[in-house]
Design a protein around this ligand. Structure first.
Ligand SMILES: Cc1cc2nc3c(=O)[nH]c(=O)nc-3n(C[C@H](O)[C@H](O)[C@H](O)COP(=O)(O)OP(=O)(O)OC[C@H]3O[C@@H](n4cnc5c(N)ncnc54)[C@H](O)[C@@H]3O)c2cc1C
Length: 427
């Protein structure tokens, strides 16, 4: 049993990423006593968890008051590229200095009164009568909270032990991102990538995934590759090639990189996230947020904004449970978080997963046709499909896509779990 001398708080959060940092910031702003435990040391933070790049998230910048100081470049448009074609659309975005962004978020949470403990690696939940009441970290250290939040990304040590997380190995996407200088951003035959975020669908570069060039100013950009290691990937992949090899091959082969180089101090960011529908998001005294659940958008991998939104709705749920004279953190009460997550963090997740799955199933030639279709279509079709609008998705399908859709359906029907699983069609 816990005693009065225990290290006790209203809320304990594991992980100081976009989700955990924002959750702590909002909870502290409401006057609660909140502690964040972050595995990495403060000196040099973030190290391995520095893994992200950019997003089309102007609404995030204002909703969360993200300062210009953590933005490397504001972009004006998004370019979709296929092996032999491209489509260009005005759409504002921001390429972040993710390390500076994470440090800013920790400072912002501290300013609101949150305590952030670095060098505190969470290992498992402390249970009483089968319910989580605290966590163990750094071996034998203990901390207790009325509510505990797992915001550790895909590692999810608490959510897994509590059976809240259902992250599947076959839905894990891996990614790598380099800062590259000396890029020809307006090369003949390609779209002008000045002040753009470019996403490329091309199985020769990213088998079963996509790659990107995000302009950061001058002749520099963040260049990355990500894919899911499913059967689609194995079908397209070259034996023995790792993600670093795909990245190097792209840098060697694409004429835009002919004079490009990776600066000695250029960050190499890498990591993973799961592209799937979440299962449970909470249990008694407990919520899982950000990539632990996962909240990341399946289509283009935007996880920063989604993570922050999930942190925000978890803070609303914590307030709802703790505000009364008799706090009630039962699963039933804390379940308001699930409703908010499905309504506000990831509405249309099913249809966006479907679109993602169909995109990954398609062949390179189909990507070229898609670009032509997008150019011909009303500009709102992509925006509608991107939001998960089934009618707009249908407008982008051809009669010749019937075998593709049939393959996808077959895969779904075969899924032995009987649950919605975005990767079922890819097995
Ligand atoms: C290569 C790459 C590129 C990406 N590019 C983009 C992009 O351009 N735009 C975008 O929006 N998203 C991008 N993402 C996704 C985005 O980075 C994630 O979705 C987002 O960071 C998730 O935030 P989070 O807070 O849930 O988890 P994380 O960012 O994973 O943060 C988890 C935190 O928990 C800490 N931690 C882990 N284990 C423990 C433990 N046991 N105890 C205590 N602390 C722990 C970690 O050190 C970390 O600080 C990219 C991801 C990768 C891998």
């Amino acid at each position: 049993m816990t005693t009065p001398d225990d290290d006790r708080h209203d809320v304990v959060i594991a992980g100081a990423g976009p989700a955990g940092g924002q959750c702590a910031r909002d909870i502290a702003a409401r006057g609660y006593d909140v502690v964040v435990l972050e595995a990495e040391q403060e000196d040099g933070f973030p190290g391995p968890s520095n893994k992200s790049t950019a997003g089309t998230f102007h609404s995030m910048m204002s909703a969360f008051q993200v300062p210009d100081t953590v933005v490397q470049n504001y972009t004006d448009n998004v370019v979709l590229e296929s092996p032999n074609s491209f489509y260009n659309r005005d759409h504002a975005g921001a390429v972040l200095d993710f390390a500076a962004f994470k440090r800013w978020l920790v400072d912002a949470a501290r300013e609101e009164g949150a305590e952030v403990r670095f060098g505190a690696r969470v290992s498992k939940p402390i249970l009483e009568n089968g319910e989580i009441v605290g966590v163990r970290y750094n071996g034998d250290e203990e901390i207790y909270g009325d509510i505990v939040v797992d915001a550790t990304g895909p590692s999810a040590p608490l959510a897994k032990e509590l059976d809240v997380s259902n992250l599947h190995r076959e839905t894990q996407a891996i990614g790598i991102d380099y800062e590259v200088e000396g890029i020809d951003l307006d090369h003949r035959g390609y779209a002008d990538l000045t002040d753009s975020m470019m996403l490329r669908l091309d199985h020769d570069i990213a088998p079963g995934g996509y790659s990107w060039i995000f302009h950061t100013g001058g002749d520099t950009a963040k260049v990355g590759v990500c894919y899911i290691q499913n059967d689609r990937h194995r079908e397209q992949a070259v034996d023995g090639m790792r993600i670093d090899d795909y990245m190097d091959r792209w840098l060697d082969d694409d004429p835009r990189f002919e004079d490009a180089y990776r600066p000695d101090d250029g960050n190499v960011l890498r990591g993973s996230a799961h592209i799937q529908m979440p299962g449970e998001l909470h249990t008694d005294n407990f919520m899982a947020i950000g990539d632990t659940v996962p909240s990341i958008d399946p289509l283009w991998g935007e996880g920063i904004h989604k993570g922050m939104k999930s942190g925000r709705v978890a803070a609303v749920a914590a307030d709802y449970c703790l505000a009364g004279s008799t706090p009630d953190t039962s699963a039933e009460n804390i379940g308001v978080y699930d409703q908010l997550w499905h309504n506000e963090v990831a509405p249309n997740m099913h249809s966006r997963l479907m679109l993602t799955e169909l995109l990954y199933l398609a062949r390179n030639e189909r990507y070229d046709t898609l670009m032509n279709d997008l150019r011909r279509a009303d500009g709102d079709v992509l925006a509608g499909a991107n939001k998960g609008g089934k009618l707009d998705m249908a407008k982008l399908l051809h009669l010749s896509d019937v075998p593709l859709v049939a393959k996808w359906l077959k895969g779904r029907l075969k899924d032995p779990s009987g649950r919605w699983n975005p990767m079922a069609g890819l097995r």
